[in-house]
Design a protein around this ligand. Structure first.
Ligand code: NAP
Length: 261
């Protein structure tokens, strides 16, 4: 019995590379850069893209643990309620330290109103609400969750959007969503500079997932033109896996291409 176990172990040692290759064909994606027992946390795991991350990470053999937190979990949190974010952090801390955190929260339709097509549609209350959900809340998530990252190579990723790129804006429209995503990009860039002093191995990244069919995109996207969520998440994980640490934030899309700020 012992001999059989030993033979099996030696065979596994010899063939582990082949096994990993086969496994990588079966599972969605294998993150290599965070080691063979990394711990992950998905914030906003009830959303389409958040759930996609949860599924992909649960299938990654290198991911030792994937925790989740969202508005609908108990205790839930609301991006507009800082005390609830602090409490969510307290609840998640025992599952850390984390090597990978992704914040997949966000909103495009605000209080039943879609994105503004022209200046005449701007409404102060809704603009502030968009900033609260897409920029201020995520900035507070940085405040509370960055300290839960491990002190080695770690990744904090935030679902942003290409429309948050000022240099890429050639179409106009979508004032509140665009501006709030540009703001969250600035929060990430500023936090990356500060956090690099504590952990030079840390990576902070703003992500563009492509157009993915979800509650958020449904009123504005035709299903035929959407990227399947599994493909988007796999691409984003591969893109993140390939990023090098630097004392500033990255802005990348699901194909691994860099987006200009
Ligand atoms: N889908 C796309 O085509 C697309 C394109 C570019 C960028 N993005 C970005 O990707 C991210 C995820 O989008 P998605 O398509 O997966 O949207 P989604 O399915 O609507 O998910 C949005 C997530 O945000 C959470 N959320 C919204 N408001 C919240 C609040 N006040 N407090 C706490 N949680 C809140 C939702 O919680 P509940 O489940 O409780 O509602 C849900 O978990 C967003 O940042 C979005 O801007 C998406």
């Amino acid at each position: 019995m012992v001999a059989t176990t030993l033979r099996t172990f030696k065979w596994f040692q010899r063939n582990s590379c082949t096994l990993r290759t086969i496994l990588s064909l079966i599972v969605t994606v294998v993150m290599d850069s965070l080691g063979s027992s990394y711990r992950a946390l998905v914030i906003g795991s009830t959303g389409t893209i958040g759930a996609g991350f949860l599924t992909a990470l649960a299938q990654d053999p290198n991911c030792e643990l994937v925790a989740e937190v969202s508005r609908r979990h108990n205790p839930g949190f609301d991006l507009a309620d800082e005390a609830s974010l602090a409490e969510a952090t307290r609840q998640c801390a025992p599952s850390g330290p984390f090597h990978f955190i992704v914040d997949a929260t966000g909103a495009l339709t605000i209080d039943g109103h879609g994105p503004e097509k022209h200046l005449g549609a701007l409404d102060a209350t809704r603009l502030l609400r968009s900033f609260q959900v897409n920029a201020v809340g995520p900035a507070l998530l940085l405040k509370y969750f960055l300290p839960l990252l491990a002190r080695e190579r770690t990744i904090y990723a935030k679902l942003s959007a290409r429309v948050g790129s000022i240099s890429d804006n050639s179409k106009g429209g979508w004032y509140g969503y665009r501006a709030s995503k540009a703001a969250v990009n600035m929060f990430l860039q500023t936090a990356a500079i500060e956090f690099a002093r504590k952990n030079p191995q840390a990576i902070l990244a703003a992500l563009q997932p492509g157009t993915v069919a979800s509650a958020l995109s449904k009123p504005f996207a035709t299903p035929d033109h959407c990227t399947p969520v599994a493909e988007s998440v796999e691409g984003l994980l591969k893109a993140l896996d390939a990023l090098a640490p630097k004392p500033s934030a990255h802005f990348v899309d699901f194909r691994g291409a860099t987006i200009g700020w």
